[in-house]
Design a protein around this ligand. Sequence first.
Ligand code: PMP
Length: 284
Amino acid sequence: RIAYVNGLYVPHADAVVHVEDRGYQFADGVYEVCEVRGGHMVDERRHMERLVRSLDAIHIAMPMSLAALGFVLRETIRRNRVRNGFVYLQITRGVARRDHYFPVPEVPPSIVVTARAADPAKGEAVAAQGIAVITVPDNRWERVDIKTTGLLPNVLAKEAAKQAGAREAWFVDASGHVTEGGSTNAWIVTGEGRLVTRPAESGILRGITRTVMLEVAQKLQLRVEERAFTVAEALAAREAFVTSATNFATPVVRIDGQAIGDGTPGPVARALRENYHKSAEIAR
Ligand code: PMP
């Protein structure tokens, strides 16, 4: 495997950044994960737009043109011969003596890109089974709209899920409403057949897959409500599912040990999953 690190393509085993990288010391950076399908990035444009917004929000200047960055992403995918899988991009504020203030003078941001193959059959098997989720209090900061590498609450929540025999944790805000998953956006289908997902204005990362699924839902003429929903509502829902670049739409069949609907993947999640790649932009 090959990784891109600050201008060089190096063997994955030798792909290192400095101990004084601010990503390492402060999680002072942002990232993107993009699906690779048939050797091409899925929704590259939207991922790059979100990257620009994340960088802007934490005041890191875009270190190279989007065209150059796109080239690096494609080259990393190519050098790893990834047909189906994922490409990971991380940009941190760079290497400087440890000090909370931004480095003066500015240092060049650190850029890392990795790509790896993933067997689509494995994801399909998980989706066919459905996953279990647990709920945990949302103890994150207010700027979860920024795709920062500062993911400790997400790591702890997902590990708690794993220890409980579940795959994902749903964060719940102080008013009892679900915000999102540790690495996914959360959805339910109500008893009346309405698709419900939280508005992106507060409490969640605006998932690219979420945005695409809203378009898919429109094409399938599903009734959609962008509003917050409670855990109680989710437990009483006909279906629940999660979305992300790595999950597409994956059915949730248990929440906190309680079966959702009949406890098997539902038709709405399945339809969204099946139609997803028709709506996602796959650049060729
Ligand atoms: N929320 C969180 C907290 C995430 O980490 C992710 C995945 N990066 C998502 C939602 C889903 O975003 P996307 O659809 O862009 O992968």
